[in-house]
Design a binder for this molecule. Sequence first.
Ligand code: ZN
Length: 349
Amino acid sequence: MIPVFDGHNDFLQRMVEAGPARDALWLKGDGTGHLDLPRIKAGGMIGGFFAIWTPSPEGPNDDAAVAQMENPPFALDLPDPVPATEALPHAMAQAANLLAMERTGTLQICRSAADIREAIAAGRIAAVMHIEGAEPVADLDMLHVWHTMGLRSLGPVWSRPTIYGHGVPFAFPSSPDTGPGLTDAGKALVRECNQLRIMLDLSHLNEKGFDDIAALSDAPLVASHSCAHAISASSRNLTDRQLQVIARSKGLVGLNYATGFLRADGKRQSFAGFDVILAHLDHMLAILGEDGVALGSDYDGALMPLDLSDAGKLQNLTAAMQAHGYSDELVAKIAWKNWVNVLERTWGA
Ligand code: ZN
């Protein structure tokens, strides 16, 4: 079994929805979704980023949006901004659930690379607390509060605009160059994250925001769950130029398994096999090198390929990489070592 460290999941929303059944959901699973402790163990997953994410108020067009994503070309409207006062209760509930998972003794919220090593050695899931879309970070003082609670990774935006910057709308085909760059508050956020050594996540940012962080940040550039735009021309994927910028910073990209970001035709539609996944990995390796490619599943947040349909199937992917001719050392780097190394360089030892 090859260990897997994963760059992005949305499991915490399921924990919140489970209410009093949350511990059972984590410890035993409920047969739905993409991950829980038994499937994490079955798939060899040793750790990963657990995202805190604020939902948009449900729109009348949610089903229509899915239908559009199944039939490219499409360009969805950007969701409306959500104020911090609305986002905070959602975010706190998700953070509270991650803390509750830690209290079961099966998972550890890691604040340093040493914590990650300790958790792995003890057989606990090494979790990174991540915020996807900085709506719950009302200001820099609150960033310090989140840091004290364990936050070690932050994406300034999801799809919605925030006070810090602008995300890409979901669109195919589309360039990621879809709007203005970071606001002044966003630039201050980058500097404060650098000071606190909170990892900045570039996934979801538009291209100008990406370039602003690349110019400002003193940390390796990281996109936790994105794919190659050259293969799937989604607004959410990274152009070769962006991959080169990340490579120059000695940063990393976590491959997203979302079918709509993988498929060359951009369809939100499942598929069997690993050919297109390996094509993305080959492309990213050619630009980022062996130390710059990792995994970022998007489990519990996207429609998955059939052979990676939950965390219990992660060894299908490592086996496909080996069958494709990647060396054991390269598979280990992509599967977990690169994540631990980039976090160590970002956070300090
Ligand atoms: Zn995402």
